[in-house]
Design a protein around this ligand. Structure first.
Ligand code: TXA
Ligand code: MG
Length: 341
């Protein structure tokens, strides 16, 4: 019985990983230890301002393939390359449009990933055979120090099993990847709480592929006209933008002002934003009582994980936020988490 429930609970089955050998996972704030493991080609979970990443030497194909194995990530979904100095971007990108440079100058280090034509040194294992590479300089003091001490960049997707909610604390990473990776670099809770905004370029025109911690308003302030092309298909050629993503295991239903009918008993958890009067006995989880978008983004993934693990909750409802500021990125995550493909 215990065995069955263990297997049922595991979002990642160990036996599915080729050549899997359990390792002891340490949670530590030693940058030196993280550096030494990464130099040996091993995986380390690293803190960033957005979410925790699962990092390896981006220039080492074998190490990069280990990331895909540990996450059970399909090989068509490319990884983001993390750098510790703005000027390093030209080591890994062949061409930098003026608008890309302006955005990097304005927002790096920060929650911005730019997609640019790759230099040869970046292996195709990182980019899933694409000729472009996503690059970002994250804004976390430990990870910046680590990157500045390494003589290679770090490929890092979010440190969660593929399709599940991204981790925003070391414990979130440990809960799902313990015994699969040797170390989690403990940098506390992530301040932003949703992943980076991903921007490619058509000539000079910025094209937003993924909504994230950098708002559209911020991007328009720097570049003027932009295109937003959020792909919501389940087409593998549209990497990472799968409709069903960030998903808890319990049913999640979305509500808005015109459709706010739900079962209001105490087995229901409801996620709200700002003023809210309970309708019945539902358990209320307020992303931000003061309707602050930053606070709401920082709480979102923790709330979803907590509710998924809470045995008193059978179903989760969530109100969509106003479609401005970080409300856009939060709604995008909620919609993908609720999507039943
Ligand atoms: O905030 C973040 O971006 C976090 C932290 C760890 O940096 N990382 C993250 O990685 O969210 P991940 O693997 O969960 O999402 C990476 C996504 C891919 O799914 C894909 O959509 C996009 O980045 N991407 C990467 N390289 C790309 C490329 N060359 N062209 C288009 N999209 C790309
Ligand atoms: Mg991810």
């Amino acid at each position: 019985m215990i065995l069955i429930s263990l297997v049922y609970d595991a979002s990642l089955l160990l036996t599915d990983i080729p050549y899997f050998r359990p390792v002891e996972t340490i949670i530590s704030s030693s940058i030196e230890k993280a550096k030494s493991l990464l130099e040996q080609g091993q995986l380390v979970a690293i803190p960033t301002e957005t979410v925790y990443g699962l990092a390896a030497n981006a220039l080492d194909r074998t190490a990069v393939i280990e990331i895909f194995n540990a996450k059970q990530r399909p090989s068509f979904d490319p990884l983001i390359v993390h750098i510790g100095n703005k000027s390093d971007v030209s080591l890994y990108a062949r061409h930098i449009p003026a608008n890309a440079q302006k955005l990097m100058d304005a927002f790096w280090p920060g929650p911005l990933t730019v997609v640019l034509p790759k230099q040869e040194i970046i292996p195709y294992e990182v980019t899933s055979d694409l000729a472009t590479v996503g690059i970002r300089m994250p804004n976390h003091p430990f990870t910046l120090q680590l990157l500045q001490q390494l003589n290679f960049p770090l490929a890092a997707p979010s440190a969660n099993p593929f399709g599940y909610i991204s981790p925003t604390t070391p414990q979130h990473v440990f809960d799902q990847l313990q015994s699969k990776i040797p170390m989690i670099l403990d940098g506390g809770s992530c301040e932003v709480g949703v992943e980076s905004t991903i921007i490619g370029f058509e000539g000079e025109l910025p094209v937003v592929y993924r909504l994230g911690g950098l708002t559209l308003e911020d991007i328009r302030n720097i570049c003027g006209e932009i295109k937003v092309e959020i792909n919501s298909s389940s087409d593998p050629k549209a990497p990472g933008m799968l409709k069903s993503h960030y998903a808890p295991q319990k049913p999640l239903h979305l509500l808005n002002n015109t459709n706010s009918d739900f079962q209001s008993d105490n087995s229901t958890a409801i996620i709200v934003f700002g003023d809210y009067n309970a309708k019945g006995n539902e358990q209320v989880f307020n992303l931000s009582i003061n309707a602050n978008y930053k606070e709401a983004a920082a709480n979102l993934f923790s709330f979803l994980r907590m509710l998924d693990a809470d045995s008193s909750v059978n179903q989760i409802y969530a109100f969509l936020l106003p479609e401005v500021d970080l409300g856009l990125a939060i709604n995008d995550r909620l919609k993908r988490a609720a999507f039943k493909g």
